[in-house]
Ligand binder design. Structure first.
Ligand SMILES: O=C(O)CCC(=O)C(=O)O
Ligand SMILES: [Fe+2]
Length: 186
């Protein structure tokens, strides 16, 4: 997966820190299938270099189905994600509390983590504050946002540097992949 990441990052659209108002996100994102920028998706990376993003790979559709099967979703075999946001976190990166709501579809979001452990905050669907739960997402962990918690607020509080397993292929930092169904057509 890390080797794949390097190929994606060397592709037509380089990893990019999206700008939200006056601020730049501390993660760097490369997208597959559809390009995300704050509040909307497009085929072309209009806020980076205008190029079309790489296609969403079939093997990742299968991986998404396996993930939902593992999470006990009875409709796993119909799941057909069409975009992935692949975020790279360095030791100081974080992500503020937000909802993933730029998709028209409310199909689940499948999250996979590789590399350093992240302290993740998973909250409620109403607002950014309590109740929430904090826990660690480690390399290899799968997390699914689905059903009534599809729109739960969530964020990454911090990265724990130096916690990546030796054999994960990533010497430093963290990669998080979220697969999603945009619900968009051309
Ligand atoms: O890095 C994570 O675990 C979460 C990423 C996330 O929330 C997002 O990309 O929308
Ligand atoms: Fe998110």
């Amino acid at each position: 997966m890390v080797a794949q990441y390097r190929r994606w990052a060397a592709g037509p659209v380089p990893p990019h820190s999206a700008r939200i108002g006056e601020h730049r996100m501390s993660v760097r994102t490369v997208c597959l299938g559809w390009h995300w920028r704050p509040y909307r998706y497009s085929r072309d990376a209009v806020d980076v270099n205008g190029r079309r993003v790489l296609g969403f790979p079939d093997w990742m559709v299968r991986l998404g189905r396996q993930a939902l099967t593992a999470a006990g979703d009875p409709s796993a075999e119909r799941y057909t994600p069409d975009t992935a946001l692949v975020n790279y976190y360095d030791a100081g990166a974080r992500m503020g509390m937000h909802q993933d709501r730029d998709e028209v579809s409310r199909e689940p979001v499948v999250s996979l983590s590789i590399g350093d452990t992240a302290r993740f905050r998973f909250g409620n669907t109403e607002n950014r504050s309590r109740p929430y739960r904090d826990f660690d997402l480690e390399s290899g962990d799968l997390f699914v946002f689905g059903g009534p918690l599809r729109l739960a607020y969530h964020g990454v509080q911090r990265i724990h540097p130096g916690t990546a397993p030796d054999d994960c292929g990533l010497a430093a930092g963290r990669i998080n992949i979220t697969m999603r169904v945009t619900g968009l057509s051309e």
